[in-house]
Design a protein around this ligand. Sequence first.
Ligand SMILES: [Zn+2]
Length: 466
Amino acid sequence: MPLRFFNTYSRGIEQFEPHEPTARPIRMYTCGPTVYSRAHIGNFRAYIFEDLLQRHLELRGYKVHRVMNITDVEDKTIRGASEAGVPLQKFTEQFKEAFFEDARTLRIKRADEYPAATEQRYIDRMIDMISALISKGLAYQADDKSVYFRINKFPEYGKLAHFDLTQLQSTGRVKHDEYDKEHIGDFALWKAWDEADGDVKWDSPWGPGRPGWHIECSAMSTALLGDQIDIHCGGVDNIFPHHEAEIAQSEGVTGKKFVNYWLHCAHLLVDGQKMAKSLGNFYTVPDVLAKGYTGRELRYALLRVHYRVPLNFTWEGMNEARESLARIDEWLARLRQLVGTAQRADPTSHFEDALDDDLNISAALGFLFESIRETNRTMDQNEMDAAAASAWLDWWNRINTILDLEASVDVAIPDEVAQLAEQREEARREKNWKRSDELREQISALGWEVRDTKDGPKLTRATVSA
Ligand SMILES: [Zn+2]
């Protein structure tokens, strides 16, 4: 089955063809974090979607060259540094580190490059691009000394977001608020320095100042991936104005189609509401870990819903993630017991086929759990031979290069828990049910659950109540 993706640009499902059908890697650009605070789980939902996309492309035999930028200078980072009374670099450094730590916790594959907007080579490139836009009449310096993109000179503006910007006329009131721009939709390419910027400034042909957020991505993406990109991703709230502006700037400079496939990830809701600090439903990765969940569980919870569908995050959903992973763990353990010297057989490729269809992870996981149910039944009836078990494990290893959900040391059974389980088994052999129940409770107090199966007791992480 050919790979198909929903392209925001056309608002339709399109068959995926890399820009040049050669062995060269797919050029993938993903808008990264703005490092003014710790990224929240909604941000990570988008990063996990991009991770899934990259891993699936790789499973399908493509090489991927992925760039994720770090926005370390814009309004919020400057305000944050000034409020904290520390230099910008020092202020953003802590959130960069936190971002990489959280990405590791969630097993997100590293991008090939993480350019930061404040690196001089990119600032230079931004200035070059802005100069080129001015010389083509696509940008102008206003009375406030800032440089703006002239959207009226770029007829394609609004095409990605499906906005008709001719409807947006400058009015007297707008002129009053935005006195320096020709059109309300004109966006800043270069922001002239003012006192609130403190010592955050770079020299430019237009005087001291700093780049606008949008030009940062145009400069870093074209610097590292060339004028034309195969896949550009982000969250839906990046579509307008950020990605619309990236197209205008990049195509304005190069005259070439900037991006072939635009893929956007839907919002994350918490308990059905938009996440907001004021609502007390704003969570970072450490907030979720502090509730007793693992990175693997959070990865699963953020991964399991199709990326174009809003994902409703709940603690119940986290418990379901835990239960789903326990089902996978037990299934793997059973298969591994059966495997001996075995020959290859091939279960199916339904999982990968579902992902070929615009990354349909819900269907893919549905197929995984259906397979788990069926193979468990076969094992219950002692009808699974070593060859079949081995084939299923091979299949799992293959799809796990995408999912990356296998248990690791973070769910190793602690000695204390193992000993209590051992004592409980002894109590059960002696038919001392009271003692056995007491021990079960002690195990549960340590965050573990013991279940008696026909293969003996099985320990899993207990479900945490919110
Ligand atoms: Zn961006």
